[in-house]
Design a protein around this ligand. Structure first.
Ligand code: ZN
Length: 363
């Protein structure tokens, strides 16, 4: 079958035929891939910027792809949850089997680090025409969102992080007098798919959202920010920055400390900083005055990665709800669709004006 592969620690990618001869186990299903999404991690792998990449045991190549959506073609004899024709999204990380978090399905908090991740480390990914997977790692998707269900995986990571925020902020009373969050302000740094999902989710909780970037919005970003009633802010324009109210939560999806550290002076007491982006090279120091400010104001900092199966289920629910509420908004987030043969055009570098780029494998 056709697959998109990389050689770990080598720059480049290839579309080629690979026969995995995957046999269908009793608790497994065979899935025809419909769409796979492309994110910064995939581009980091193709450009050999991520040292943790690992091929499966016995392989020197890795099939890429961790954001997938497909349809079940065949079910094993003991499968109870799914039938042929069901739409599904697979979870990415599979646990180490040893630590307590992994044993209860919270491999997103694996303690040993010996997990595998499809298309990233130790397990073939989903950028191929079909794959076999255990039913326990699949989440059902309603047909009504089949055009946007490829967004489930990136959104699941955001759902997990905001769940953590809400747990940490239970350290005091953080909601507004009416019990919601309409009196709280959020800065979201970076306006790619992850920043956009943070913005939509925080708006759903009621936060006033400010979407920050170092430039003016692209047409797609302008549409999204207006549609969700958030404000796009160009951080290089002092007149826009001067009008910015203080933040109760700052989410960084950029990975550049030079982008979020200067913003910390505008965070309110008892605020929280969420770190989600990963980058290399930027060396912005944290000085003792900033440490004192964070101590004196109870500022919490959390880093967050990956998501558990419940977060995928919640993500499917949000996509269904937002499609009803916002109509075309989520479709407009998918700015580029290419065939597997054209995948190099979105995997080697980011297309201009992109929010989300996807590969279409089948109708
Ligand atoms: Zn573990």
């Amino acid at each position: 079958m056709k697959a998109i592969v990389i050689k770990p620690h080598v720059i480049g990618m290839e579309v080629k035929n690979i026969d995995l001869e995957e046999k269908l186990g009793k608790n497994q299903v065979r899935i025809k891939t419909l769409y796979t999404g492309v994110c910064g991690t995939d581009r980091g792998l193709v450009n050999n910027k991520l040292s943790f990449v690992r091929a499966p045991e016995g392989w020197d190549e890795l099939i890429l792809g961790h954001e997938a959506f497909g349809i079940i073609e065949e079910v094993g004899e003991d499968v109870t949850e799914f039938k042929k024709g069901d739409y599904v999204v697979p979870v990415v990380r599979r646990g180490c089997g040893v630590c307590l978090n992994c044993k209860i399905g919270r491999q997103d908090f694996c303690e040993t680090g010996n997990f595998v991740e499809a298309g990233i480390r130790g397990k073939h990914g989903f950028m191929r025409e079909e794959f076999v997977d255990d039913e326990m790692y699949l989440v059902r998707v309603p047909e009504s969102i089949k055009d946007i269900a490829v967004l489930t995986e990136p959104l699941s990571n955001v759902v997990k992080a905001i769940d953590e925020v809400m747990q940490v902020q239970r350290r005091m009373v953080w909601n507004c007098p009416d019990g919601a969050y309409d009196c709280r302000n959020a800065y979201v740094v970076g306006t790619g798919p992850i920043g956009t999902f943070y913005s939509i989710l925080l708006r759903t909780y009621g936060f006033n959202v400010f979407m920050l970037n170092r430039r003016d919005p692209s047409p797609a970003e302008e549409y999204v920010s207006k549609r969700i009633n958030a404000q796009f802010v160009n951080t290089t324009k002092s007149e826009e920055m001067n009008k910015l109210p203080k933040a109760d939560i700052i989410v960084d999806s950029s990975g550049f400390p030079s982008a979020f550290i200067p913003l910390l002076s505008k965070i309110n007491k008892n605020g929280i900083l969420v770190l989600f982006g990963t980058e290399t090279g930027d060396k912005t120091p944290i000085d003792a005055d900033l440490v004192s400010f964070m101590v004196e104001n109870n500022i919490a900092v959390i880093g967050s990665v990956n998501a558990n199966k419940m977060n995928f289920k919640e993500s499917v629910n949000y996509l269904t709800m937002w499609k009803e509420k916002y109509g075309e908004l989520l479709n407009r987030m998918i700015t580029t669709v290419v065939s597997p043969e054209e995948a190099n055009t979105i995997l080697e570098k980011k297309p201009k004006g992109e929010i989300k780029s996807v590969i279409k494998w089948s109708d």
